[in-house]
Design a protein around this ligand. Structure first.
Ligand code: 9Z3
Length: 309
């Protein structure tokens, strides 16, 4: 735990940290009295700068589908959602908009009295209508807070702040840690300030291990919460073992294991008692069912049981 404290002491707070913390505090305070459970969904990959004035960095892979889709399903189940995400990765609701050809779904039409107006093309309007309707409902109910990060240190400062704030929610708090978080970083005092020059020859990198924050999170920051972490592997043979090791080490509620190539069609829930695979059937794949809908439905039931215990 001392390692975690040293890490926070030695790394700068992210831009707009005070403002972001204030918004999280307000959001949690607003939902602390009623029955609405609050979930922190982390999403997207962290980056690790190689230079103080950063030109180059190492990135963790994540598009943000898992987090953004899951956030929507938690909202459908009545949760309030703090969406802690990598800036410019996928976000709930806007992920349904065409990312590159946004202008292609719009058109200028001339109305009956001759005035021009901006409209959504007819073939797109059905999909958009449903998305906008859901988004507006959630906004009106104040159930979605967006908080962005870029670097590993931004992410960890915001994760700690959110967890400490959510501690007051007791077991109504749910942490769903789907962000792809680097295990390695370069401490500030070992990082060059200016751009590394290629004229100095090949670059030798030495990265240090990031302290295991899940330990501090479960035991010190947000002690009564329901905590779910993700374990990502590329070798399927390691998956269950690594997920079990994480569970034993951090003593939280559940690890969801996934393999990079198959993450959209199958995941495994690993708890102290059992392993449960969640898979999409071919028919579900063909009809556009997202695995996150099944993951979240199952988790909401597990969280309900946890609240009743
Ligand atoms: C995951 O395993 C997520 O499911 C994915 C989602 C990043 C694979 P996409 O955003 O992908 O839908 O493209 N997240 C956790 C990854 C991670 O860094 N886990 C650490 C580990 O495996 C533990 S915290 O050691």
């Amino acid at each position: 735990m001392a390692e975690a404290d040293n890490f926070f002491r030695d790394t700068p707070e992210p831009p707009n940290f005070v403002e972001k913390k204030r918004k999280i505090e307000e959001f949690v305070a607003r939902h602390s009295n009623g029955d609405t459970p609050v979930v922190l969904v982390t999403s997207g990959g962290t980056n690790v700068p190689l230079e103080g004035n950063t030109v180059r960095f190492i990135d963790n892979f994540s598009i943000g589908t898992r987090g953004s889709a899951s956030a929507e399903y938690f909202l459908e189940h009545g949760y309030a959602v703090i969406f802690l995400h990598r800036g410019r990765s996928l976000q709930p609701f806007t992920r349904h908009l065409p990312q590159r050809q946004l202008l292609d779904i719009l058109e200028v039409q001339t109305g009956a009295s001759g005035e021009n107006q901006l409209c959504v093309k007819h073939d797109q309007s059905k999909t958009l209508f449903a998305v906008v309707e859901k988004y507006q409902k959630v906004q009106n109910e104040g159930r979605l807070l967006m908080v962005d990060f870029t670097s590993l240190t931004d992410y960890l400062h915001l994760l700690r702040a959110s967890s400490l704030i959510m501690d007051k929610l007791g077991n109504k708090a749910f942490l769903y840690l789907a962000a792809a978080v680097s295990d390695f970083y370069i401490p500030r005092d070992k990082m060059p300030l200016h751009k590394v020059q290629s004229s100095n020859g090949p670059l030798q990198l030495s990265l240090e291990l990031v302290p295991k924050m899940l330990d501090a999170l479960v035991k010190n920051w947000v002690c009564s919460a329901y905590v779910v972490s993700f374990k990502l592997e590329t070798d399927p043979n390691l998956l269950i073992m690594k997920a079990q090791q994480a569970l034993e080490k951090y003593e939280h509620q559940l690890v969801i294991g996934n393999v990079l190539d198959t993450r959209k069609i199958e995941v495994v829930f690993v708890t102290n008692n059992d392993e449960q695979w969640i898979k999409l059937e071919q028919e579900e794949i063909d009809t556009g069912v997202e695995i996150e809908s099944k993951i979240v439905t199952s988790l909401v039931e597990r969280h309900r049981q946890f609240l009743n215990e």
